[in-house]
Design a protein around this ligand. Structure first.
Ligand code: KG4
Ligand code: ZN
Length: 361
């Protein structure tokens, strides 16, 4: 089957065509991503109104490019899969309305996809991974650990109770005067600094549930910076290194709880897998820490290539194809409305303050 994917939930306008053979073998026929980073850089973060307008201007051209790269037309499709949430509502409306119009005009069925399900299933687009497996999603809008039990079957083991991890990097960069997006800048400065100079907090350490909290860490960074201002280059490098060291420690400790919980839930499973997704997965110190944790706990780490770890439409098309193949009743997608919040695990109780920004996923 062939599925067109459309993604407009944050600051990437994306379209892709993905194929799924009867035996489940995937193929990405095209994967077009137009980033709006430059439109938002001056503001130090994503501006929802600018994002929505940019999607309107770019989406038809991006879809055309995805068709041209794949060498297919609308008539060759089995479905159109579109992100219906969570994300910025203006962008979601643009993608969903476009997809509905294409579906209504052509008769090709529409599938409304949860953006987080796209991240959760990407591993199966790049490797032969069976269920269940663990997912660590660390992006600008989400930080959560999810047990992926099957297509449409997710259990959230832990989540942030305040800021997302990428958001913590972005805010730290902003207060140090480093460019947006903050993650890459903080990583670059950290490489030249002393990670032991400042002792920043390790929030929620020792808690049984693998939840996260990053807002106190950000406040500690601000206080440290204020107390020694004006900052020299050495100070900035040392703050970045100490911040990153706190993050690495926290991730290692929190993830350890999740790996142990998964192992005791599935004692018989021999091939235990942790999949990492989201832009923060680009961080080399974090990757190295995940490798170490996984090998110590008998897990295999799967980190999809960065272009598939960060927001893209191939993952949305793939989630649509997996849903089609699993014959999951998707309901009347024409009446679906976009949702700024849409937890993967609807049964999990909301955590106080989590996802309050709701901007990036
Ligand atoms: O997945 P992504 O591209 O977009 C969404 O959030 O949906 O993730 C972007 C986030 C930003 O917060 C960015 O600062 C962070 O990932 N990031 C990094 C690195 N590269 C990107 N964080 C830490 N280290 C990096 N090298
Ligand atoms: Zn995302």
């Amino acid at each position: 089957m062939r599925v067109l994917g459309i993604e407009t939930s944050c600051d990437e306008t994306a379209a892709a065509v993905v194929e799924r053979a009867a035996d489940g073998t995937p193929a990405i026929l095209s994967n077009v991503v137009l980033s709006q980073i430059e439109d938002h850089a001056a503001f130090g973060g994503v501006v929802p109104e600018i994002a929505a307008r940019a999607h309107v201007e770019a989406l038809d051209g991006v879809i055309e490019a995805a068709f041209a790269d794949a060498g297919v037309t609308l008539a060759d499709l089995d479905a159109i899969a579109v992100t219906a949430g969570p994300g910025l509502i203006g962008g979601l409306i643009v993608g969903l309305m476009t997809a509905k119009a294409m579906s209504a005009a052509s008769g090709v069925p529409l599938i409304a996809v949860n953006h987080l399900e796209g991240h959760a299933l990407t591993a199966r687009l790049v490797e032969n991974v069976g269920f269940p497996y663990l997912l660590l999603l660390v992006s600008g809008g989400h930080t959560q650990i999810v047990e992926v039990r099957g297509v449409g079957d997710y259990r959230r083991l832990g989540s942030t109770i305040d800021d997302a991890l990428g958001e913590a990097f972005d805010k730290t960069a902003k207060l140090l005067g480093l460019p947006y997006p903050g993650g890459p800048s903080v990583e670059e400065w950290a490489a030249r600094g002393d990670g032991k100079r400042f002792s920043f907090p390790r929030p929620l350490r020792g808690e049984a549930r693998p939840d996260f909290s990053f807002s106190g860490l950000k406040t500690a960074v601000r206080q440290a910076a204020n107390s020694i201002a004006p900052l020299s280059d050495r100070d900035v490098a040392d703050i970045c290194a100490s911040f990153q060291a706190a993050i690495v420690d926290t991730l290692t400790e929190r993830l350890g709880k999740a790996l142990a919980a998964f192992t005791s839930s599935y004692p018989e499973q021999s091939d235990r897998v942790l999949v990492v997704a989201g832009g923060v997965a680009a961080n080399k110190a974090i990757r190295a820490a995940l490798e170490t944790s996984c090998s110590a706990s008998g897990f295999r780490l799967i980190a999809p290539p960065l272009a598939l770890c960060t927001d893209n439409a191939a993952m949305i098309a793939w989630a649509g194809a997996e849903r089609l193949a699993a014959d999951i009743e998707t309901g009347d997608a024409m009446s679906v409305v976009p949702r700024s919040r849409w937890p993967l695990d609807e049964a999990a109780a909301p955590l106080i303050g989590s996802g309050k920004r709701g901007a990036k996923a």
